[in-house]
Write a protein that binds this ligand. Structure first.
Ligand code: OXD
Ligand code: MN
Length: 596
């Protein structure tokens, strides 16, 4: 194959190979220009793939519906295809590469017939940054192209980057027939290749995101001595102007976007505190020469969960969606060409269409009298990072930001306290490894079931998780100034099933405690699970929340944790057995001792 855009043989061979399998009618390079984006938007609008929204109220915004059976990541259909099964490990689905390629080539065969194949050269991280990594995604979906133009840095300059670095991640995506039975999201870490078929849902098809920036990147990071994590990055500016950066790992749909864009309570803003957003979903972290850990957000936009986003819960996210945004599977209001979702405001539309396209209005009930939701619980907005009022000035810093604290957190009705601190890095790795959280609508399957989700990476670790834990321990050993590691839980419920902690902006009060601990400014109380705050050290000023209620979520009940320790032991031994780093078994034994 020859091409006027690049002479790079590896790129040309890649396109050639997959165009022979997928047999598109046409091949078009995506160049990142406004003109091309606008032409593709027009084309997708003309076929009904998207609907252009109200230019006055939502300039540059469009609406899209996925297929009804295609609304979330499909973890049971996601595979790590390493040569040896042990390299995928006990937490991943595995297929041997040879049979996987054979099967996928068969499913893909002729999949783009009558369609155009778009070739998207993109960068994760700012082009030219020492952290940046490049990819090329082939896709037959304009929706995917439009999303990738927001979520990644798309430009033909990436081709120079590939030329210089000598490597890129190959991504093959085709909607084929959107057939659930033949839906596969396969990763070949040893070949730098992702093959995604029969889906059109973001998490399965925007290959720069989960597939590359987490699964493939975590494997590369393991080999190359850095880390790819499911973490937000935020900066807290203190009244003296100093900014401290925190990374936090939470499972999908557990509030990473909200925390990353937090607006502190007035009591803090009055004093001069500010929060800046560097990233809301993925962090790439590297040890710096100074022995600290540095983080970048490899993405260029937000693929956030819409329901629940409003001017109170997350004004920065809502403002980010007001222009140049793609809304997927929310409510569509034809009269005004605007959108709505549950939790946006208290005025649901009276005459609208739900995410499937059925007539819908607020208050609609089903045959059993239950309220029918208009937006899918995993409906999304895809918004450019530059739209975010709290975007950090360091967002584009090619060197990344130095990390002061790492936070792990899950959605736990009981057990996990509001916040606690690890004794040291190794104990912090233990705390990350024992994370458990209730499942959410971000992945298909049951919602609300507690499952172990170490470091929030269970669905995203591209290699053996036992090796991943060892890698965390090794990175810590290289850091002379490692971040302190904490655990938080905003989701404790009272006996009536209501959240105890107010959450959202008030989480600043917990971040404040965390920063003070990092600065050695206050003491804490040692407990079997780690250092706990003294209740009076969490600032409750101007908050209607009694210290007794606070104490009720700053507990580490011995009997609950003794059960938890049994559960952890069961998880460790049945999943990992002998392969788990011995340091983690030692941490577990120490926890059990402290609970005696
Ligand atoms: C996401 C997810 O979309 O974690 O970020 O599913
Ligand atoms: Mn995520």
């Amino acid at each position: 194959m020859t091409n006027s855009i690049t002479n790079n043989k590896e790129i040309l061979d890649f396109i050639d190979k997959y165009s022979k399998i997928l047999t598109p009618d046409k091949i078009i390079w995506i160049d990142g220009t406004k003109e091309q984006k606008s032409a593709l938007t027009d084309e997708a609008a003309s076929t009904g793939e998207i609907i252009k929204l109200n230019e006055k109220l939502l300039p540059g915004c469009v609406y899209h519906r996925t297929a009804v059976n295609d609304v979330a990541r499909v973890e049971h259909r996601t595979f790590i295809c390493s040569k040896e099964q042990k390299n995928a490990g006990p937490t991943n689905n595995w297929m041997d590469p040879e049979s996987a390629y054979k099967m996928l080539d068969g499913i893909a065969s002729g999949g783009m017939k009558g369609r155009t194949m778009y070739v998207i050269p993109y960068s994760m991280g700012k082009v030219g940054s020492p952290f940046a990594k490049y990819g090329i995604e082939l896709t037959d979906s304009i929706y995917v192209v439009l999303n990738m133009l927001i979520m990644t840095r798309v430009s033909l300059d990436v081709l120079d980057g590939i030329e210089k670095s000598g490597e890129f991640v190959k991504g093959v995506h085709s909607k084929v027939k959107l057939d659930l039975e033949n839906r596969y999201i396969c990763h070949f870490p040893e070949d730098n290749l992702i093959y995604s078929l029969n889906s059109g849902y973001g998490g399965n098809v925007l290959l720069g995101k989960k597939c590359f920036a987490l699964r493939i990147a975590s494997y590369q990071a393991w080999k190359q001595g850095w880390m790819a994590e499911h973490m937000l990055i935020l900066g807290i500016q203190k009244p003296d102007g100093e900014i401290k950066y925190i990374c936090a790992a939470f499972p999908s749909a557990c509030g990473k976007t909200n925390l990353a864009m937090l607006i502190p309570p007035e009591i803090y803003t009055k004093k001069g505190y500010k929060v800046f957003t560097v990233g809301d979903d993925i962090a790439w972290l590297r040890p710096g020469k100074d022995g600290r850990l540095y983080a970048i957000n490899p993405e260029n936009g937000f693929f956030g969960v819409a329901p629940g986003t409003n001017m109170k819960s997350n004004p920065n996210a809502l403002i980010s969606t007001q222009k140049d945004t793609i809304f997927t599977n929310v409510v569509y209001i034809p009269q005004t060409k605007t959108v709505w979702w549950e939790g946006l405001d208290k005025n649901p539309p009276k005459d609208a269409e739900d995410w499937i396209g059925n007539k819908w209005y607020g208050g609609l009930t089903d045959a059993e009298g239950k309220l029918v939701k208009g937006a899918n619980p995993n409906s999304r907005f895809t918004s450019p990072a530059i739209n975010c009022p709290s975007l950090s000035s360091e967002f584009e810093n090619p060197q990344g930001v130095p990390v002061t604290a790492i936070i792990f957190g899950g959605r736990r009705a009981k057990a996990a306290p509001l916040v606690y601190e690890s004794h040291n890095w190794e104990h912090g790795v233990f705390i990350g490894s024992i994370m458990a959280s209730e499942t959410t609508a971000a992945a298909s399957g049951a919602v609300g079931v507690v499952r172990h989700d170490p470091m929030a990476m269970l669905p995203f670790c591209g290699y053996n998780m036992a090796d991943y834990f060892a890698h965390w321990l090794n990175i810590g050993a290289k850091l002379t100034h490692p971040p302190k590691v904490f655990n938080v839980n905003w989701f404790r419920l009272d006996n009536s099933g209501d959240f105890i902690w107010p959450g959202f902006g008030d989480n600043m009060r917990v971040l404040d405690w965390i920063l003070k601990r990092c600065e050695d400014a206050i003491d804490a109380v040692d407990s079997p699970i780690g250092f706990m705050p003294k209740a009076e050290d969490i600032n409750l000023e101007e908050l209607e929340f009694s210290i007794d209620r606070l104490k009720s979520i700053l507990d580490s009940d011995k009997s609950v944790w003794t059960e938890e320790a049994k559960e952890i032991e069961n998880f460790y031994t049945t999943k990992f057995g002998e392969t788990l780093p011995k340091e983690l078994y030692k941490q577990l034994a120490d926890l059990k001792d402290r609970l005696k």
